[in-house]
Design a protein around this ligand. Structure first.
Ligand SMILES: Cc1cc2nc3c(=O)[nH]c(=O)nc-3n(C[C@H](O)[C@H](O)[C@H](O)COP(=O)(O)OP(=O)(O)OC[C@H]3O[C@@H](n4cnc5c(N)ncnc54)[C@H](O)[C@@H]3O)c2cc1C
Length: 478
């Protein structure tokens, strides 16, 4: 643990050096891609800072996915040296008795709700290819992957039990309704790729309200000036990744920036006090880190998408967890049961629970998050095949956290739903303004990668102070 903390302290410092190097047009040292444990909160001291000029909200709710023992991170990302083959390896059945699902095993759309669900359906189909109906099946984890797998098997006639560590279903889908005028989401809020998948129709059938959420943000400087978006950062990212694609082996995104020369953007300030380098930092903080949750030194340049996702997002305002309600109600779900050990052979499987009980079954589908597998929070006996262990080590787990703030009345005067900050270091560089969406003065902020790790264990007071400082550029002009 101590080593992991030291590593993260060093990487936080590296990031700062990278940014300094970028802004001053200098090349910088690059960290070699190191092993990839689950993300660990850093012990960097968190200054409380001066009180913010932003009014104090009436309510705050935050996530801390990196310290959640049943998540240990937010979602998987392509780490340096990892490839889609690693996800495929993790999705391989073991002895026809143990099957893996979950977003990290998804062939398409990993790191998303839809990818996770598809992986659950795939694992159920793999099991059906070798198992007889009426067999006893255990599914570990009641997130969307586990519930999808269990539902398909139950409908096919299998005797299915879902074993879930938490006292609720949904896993990283975590909708809070109590105390808020509309449901808020500590996990996913958006349906990505909505023109391709069916989630939008399903929400519509369930009567759950969703709205198109265009990705074009408003960008503001620290001085509260709204500035036109510059393509310079996105172009530098595309060039650096294109350079990396021609290299004989994968490198980190950080290294791709430096070695391709794309980090050498001018730091000369224009009339708005912004430089070309500021727009690169903007692209890094508002896109690359938000989508991976990872340090640049850990992200694969080969497999980081050069283009932003298609602009077809929907925001779910009626509660993401409604997607799970009917499946969960029809299933036998054993809550508050932490699986600590899975023993398997070609006859069957047996599971040990934290409280000491044992369960046995013909086959098991394991859907615990990649961070849980990385930390070996579940012991496998015998140990997993080498290909599975390699995949678990190679694929990365990133961190994205959210903060929701409810105000008495808006302190802002923009109707833009998506806010971003340029030209200044901001812990929360992206905000969603719910006022034009729900009519309520509620904001959702996002914090990723090293900033999320640094604040993961901070008190609510410190966390809120950081959020309020990040909101200062959005105060209404007086
Ligand atoms: C902050 C955040 C924002 C996101 N935003 C979006 C978004 O806008 N759109 C999108 O599509 N995706 C988004 N995602 C990703 C999406 O939430 C996940 O990809 C998806 O929910 C993962 O589902 P899963 O079933 O694979 O895993 P999980 O939902 O994590 O399910 C795994 C289950 O296993 C349980 N478990 C863990 N350990 C044990 C154990 N030892 N014994 C028994 N049970 C155990 C867990 O409690 C959990 O219920 C976001 C994620 C986060 C964290």
């Amino acid at each position: 643990m101590q080593n992991a903390h030291n590593r993260d302290v060093r990487t936080v410092m590296k990031r700062r050096q990278f940014l300094i190097g970028t802004a001053s047009g200098l090349s910088v040292l690059v960290l070699a891609a190191c092993g990839s444990p689950s993300p660990q909160p850093t012990k960097v001291p968190v200054p409380t800072g001066a009180p913010s000029v932003v009014p104090k909200p009436q309510a705050m709710q935050r996530s801390s996915w990196s310290i959640d023992p049943f998540a240990r991170g937010s979602f998987s990302f392509p780490a340096v040296g990892a490839s889609p083959e690693h996800r495929a390896a993790l999705a391989e059945p073991v002895l026809g008795r143990m099957f893996f699902a979950g977003e990290a095993t998804a062939a398409t759309e990993p790191g998303t709700v839809n990818g996770a669900r598809e992986s659950g359906l795939r694992a159920a189909t793999q099991l059906q290819a070798v198992g007889r109906t009426n067999e006893r099946i255990i599914v570990v984890g009641a997130g969307i992957a586990g519930l999808a797998a269990a539902t398909q098997l139950r409908e096919a006639g299998y005797d299915v039990t879902v074993v879930e560590a938490r006292e609720r279903v949904g896993g990283r889908i975590d909708t809070i309704t109590k105390g808020w005028p509309n449901p808020i989401e500590l996990g996913p809020s958006f349906v990505h790729n909505s023109t391709e998948n069916t989630l939008d129709d399903e929400f519509a059938t369930l009567g759950v309200s969703t709205l198109p959420f265009p990705r074009v943000p408003q960008a503001r400087t620290r001085a509260r000036e709204v500035v036109p978006l510059s393509p310079l950062g996105a172009e530098a990212v595309a060039e650096a990744l294109a350079w990396a694609a021609t290299q004989p082996q994968d490198v980190s995104v950080e290294r791709a920036f430096v070695d391709s020369g794309e980090s050498r953007l001018s730091d000369a300030l224009n009339a708005q006090g912004l430089s070309d380098a500021d727009w690169l930092e903007y692209e890094i903080s508002t896109r690359l880190k938000m989508t991976s949750g990872a340090l640049l030194s850990e992200q694969s340049a080969w497999y980081t998408p050069a283009e932003p996702l298609a602009d077809d997002d929907l925001i779910v305002v009626g509660g993401y967890a409604n997607l799970l309600t009917s499946d969960a109600a029809a299933l036998d779900v054993t809550m508050a049961s932490v699986v600590t050990r899975i023993a398997y052979d070609d006859e069957g499987v047996s599971l040990r629970l934290g409280a000491g009980e044992a369960l046995s079954a013909d086959r098991v589908i394991v859907t615990v998050p990649l961070g849980v597998l990385k930390d070996e929070a579940v012991e496998f006996s015998p140990e997993l095949p080498f290909a599975h262990r390699s995949a678990i080590a190679a694929i990365g787990v990133g961190v994205l956290d959210k903060v929701w703030l409810r105000f008495d009345e808006p302190f802002w005067d923009t109707e833009a739903p998506l806010w971003t900050v340029v030209g200044t270091d901001s812990d929360f560089p992206v905000w969603v303004n719910m006022l034009p969406i729900t009519g309520e003065p509620v904001l959702m902020g996002m914090i990723a990668a090293e900033n999320a790790l640094r604040l993961a264990e901070a008190s609510d007071e410190v966390f809120l102070t950081a959020a309020m400082h990040s909101l200062e550029p959005f105060r209404a002009a007086t």
